[in-house]
Design a protein around this ligand. Structure first.
Ligand SMILES: [Fe+2]
Length: 255
């Protein structure tokens, strides 16, 4: 059977992106329209998973995977760099994700991932998106040390004739070169974003463990994505970039 997943969604209650007003129930109600049967809500440094939400999803035929979008600071991983980048962390339970909230070093991540490798799946979020951009060698290091299982093909891109505004080309090449899966997600913050980007995964049954195991096989994952309307892309890109630059100048998070 086919799992059709969007594993990067922000909803109401995200402690960082407070402007997001999307309710989980709205996402569940829309998922069927787009054929999506696997979801993960990934708040910034917060795990929005609960049994009640999982039950609500299940009643609509959807598998809800516990997840979060973890912030990591470049200075702890790349000499001479400042800023931050994101790691999408998924677990078989919210409990196995909880200790990640306090981790900030590569060593901690490697050890924890190794210890719980069947219960965790990590995806490097939007590695070439504006201010969050990291060098390819960091991705390679994360693949080699077993921290990441996949690299994200990020739904936030656009194009106009003769000009492709898509940061994902390099991510796609990296996934191929490093032998890991490419996972396509919407990173929904506004309603229009949901349903535009998803990954198809061939699975024997719809369970978290089965999905993690199949998502680790690059040939089992097929990605589908529609570019953003240009006006939304330009507006969003300017906001993300300015917020990032200001955060570096001020040395603290604005949100
Ligand atoms: Fe995100």
């Amino acid at each position: 059977m086919k799992a059709i997943a969007d594993l990067h969604i922000h909803t109401e209650g995200d402690p960082e992106d407070f402007f997001v007003k999307i309710k989980p129930s709205w996402v569940f109600s829309q998922a069927n329209k787009h054929g999506i049967n696997v979801l993960s809500f990934t708040h910034h440094d917060h795990i929005p998973y609960s049994r009640e939400l999982a039950k609500e999803a299940k009643d609509k035929g959807i598998l809800l995977i516990p997840g979060l979008e973890k912030t990591l600071y470049k200075e702890n991983f790349i000499e001479g760099k400042r800023g931050k980048f994101h790691l999408l962390c998924y677990g078989t339970s919210a409990k196995v994700l909880q200790p990640l909230l306090d981790m900030q070093t590569e060593d901690e991540l490697v050890r924890y991932k190794q210890k719980h490798k069947d219960k965790l799946f990590f995806c490097f979020a939007h590695p070439y998106l504006h201010y969050y951009r990291v060098p390819s060698k960091l991705l390679k290091r994360f693949v080699d040390s077993g921290i990441i299982d996949a690299i994200e093909y990020h739904g936030f891109y656009s194009h106009i004739p003769f000009l492709v505004l898509n940061d994902n080309k390099k991510a796609k090449q990296n996934a191929k070169d490093f032998g890991v899966s490419l996972l396509c997600n919407s990173d929904t913050h506004w309603k229009y974003m949901f349903g535009r980007s998803k990954s198809h995964v061939e699975v024997d049954k719809l369970s978290v463990v089965e999905l993690f195991s199949k998502m680790r096989i690059p040939s089992s994952v097929e990605i589908f994505s529609k570019p953003h309307p240009l006006i939304y892309y330009v507006g969003g890109a300017i906001l993300v970039y300015l917020a990032g630059v200001l955060e570096v100048i001020l040395g603290r998070s604005l949100r």
